[in-house]
Design a protein around this ligand. Sequence first.
Ligand code: PNS
Length: 169
Amino acid sequence: MTGPESEGSQVRRAVCPGSFDPITNGHLDIIARASRLYDEVYVAVMINKSKKGLFEIDERIDLIRTVTADYANVRVEAFHGLLVDFCKQREIPAIVKGLRAVSDFDYELQMAQMNNGLTGVETLFVPTNPTYSFLSSSLVKEVAQWGGDISHLVPAPVLEALNKRLHRD
Ligand code: PNS
């Protein structure tokens, strides 16, 4: 026998990695779809010390845990280091990423090929729901900062956290 079964692991695991500063409906859609395809889905909040976010890592994790509470097979963790090491330590053979548009593809392809070359981990691309094809955490923050309506783009707890952080309500 070859493949994961011969290595003693029959649990199909995947990771959805990102900065999640903060999580949007676009992220949540990809996580929900991954949770239907895999037995266990890790959401990895990757720590980038050179990039100061709007939310602390613990705040991002709390928000993601709140909005994924209905998905029993989703777990959320922070990680400082290479994504491939996160995967190796947890026996995760697959990275699941959303692709919003062709413009995402160049960089995503580079990362997928680099990661595959490092440890053999595979990257699976899921086409983003067209409703969210323009959506990013940065745009959400910018629009929210100037009082634009983003209530249809982020889950309610995230909207509340953004309003508190940006407008000190
Ligand atoms: O939400 P983002 O910021 O677009 O996510 C990018 C992320 C965090 C998935 C990517 O930068 C990453 O995997 N960082 C971890 C460090 C790493 O493994 N770098 C090598 C990538 S080939």
